[in-house]
Design a protein around this ligand. Structure first.
Ligand code: A3P
Length: 284
């Protein structure tokens, strides 16, 4: 059974990630001013944003997203293959990462590289994560939602505590090179969010190009696109009924939490996130 790779107290996936690589990423990887980084705590809608950004780059033309795997279009900096791809790529790069603030490349903090940070109701992140980690072999498998719920609140899940990850990255939220998105708004008004990303990246799309971005980044289109739906993940790494694009909805936690769990979660959320202004988290 797969376990975590522990790095300085943070549980990481045990596949494709190594301690030396995390150290090298933090200390030596050079982020360039022209790079765009798509960052999140896992299960926040990261791949959806990657798809939108790729489609914005291709002005809505689906050729790139339908011919190149999503992890090659925007490689994961903390994975062996992704790291190699990134250091060998010239010019502006799309970079994906789930790394917590303190493990992210130091070079970023003095660069002008743009970061898109995605947040999602952590209750839905928990549920999505439970189905993801219990049906894949990238890290420790929870045997039940109850177990995973406890691990999540303690931060004993992949990439550590949601609360710490989010608090640390949100300290950047007033910076010009930082765009904060949330899954709930992405669901509610996808087109406005695509326009917001375009403005942030300095891209201008014609209305029909924008419509194509919307069309090809939809849940259904992504679910059917083998380059984006993770069906290229080796079969022995996942169970049969596993899917990255599972439900794609806001509020699924209500179908899974007990009343006691919902109350316990509220309490922890209020304690840990008290310093943030009301309205920052649309789900609260
Ligand atoms: P669910 O498990 O709740 O369905 P990540 O990419 O960060 O791993 O996040 C995965 C979550 O984003 C999954 O949530 C997945 O269904 C959802 N997602 C991915 N693409 C989406 C899309 N185009 N529209 C809506 N949700 C999407």
């Amino acid at each position: 059974m797969a376990d975590y790779l522990w790095f300085e107290g943070i549980p990481l996936p045990s596949i494709e990630v190594e301690k030396e690589l995390i150290e090298e990423t933090r200390d030596k990887f050079v982020i360039r001013d022209e790079d765009t980084v798509i960052l999140s705590y896992p299960k926040s809608g990261t791949n959806w944003v990657i798809e939108m950004v790729c489609l914005i780059q291709s002005k809505g033309d689906p050729n790139w997203i339908q011919s190149v795997p999503i992890w090659d279009r925007s490689p994961w900096i903390e994975s062996q293959k992704g790291y190699q791809k990134l250091i060998n790529k010239e010019g502006p790069r799309l970079i994906s990462s789930h790394l917590p603030f303190h493990l992210f490349p130091k070079s970023f903090f003095s660069s002008k590289a743009k970061v898109i940070y995605i947040i999602r109701n952590p209750r839905d992140v928990l549920v999505s994560g439970y189905f993801f980690w219990s049906k894949t072999k990238f890290a420790r498998n929870p045997e039940s939602m109850t177990t995973y719920f406890e691990w999540f609140l303690k931060g004993n899940v992949v990439y550590g505590s949601w609360f710490e990850h989010t608090c640390a990255w949100l300290s950047m939220r007033e910076k010009d090179n930082f765009l904060l998105l949330n899954y709930e708004d992405m669901k509610q008004d996808t087109k406005s969010i695509i326009k917001k990303i375009c403005d942030f990246l300095g891209k201008k799309l014609e209305p029909d190009e924008l419509d194509m971005v919307l069309k090809y980044s939809s849940f259904q289109a992504m679910k059917e696109n083998n380059m984006s739906n993770y069906s290229l993940v080796p079969e022995d790494m996942v169970t049969q009924n596993w899917a990255l694009l599972r439900k794609g909805m806001s509020g699924d936690w209500k179908n899974h939490f007990t009343v006691a769990q919902a109350e316990a979660f509220d309490k922890v959320f209020q304690e840990k996130m008290a310093s943030f202004p009301p309205g920052l988290f649309p789900w609260e």
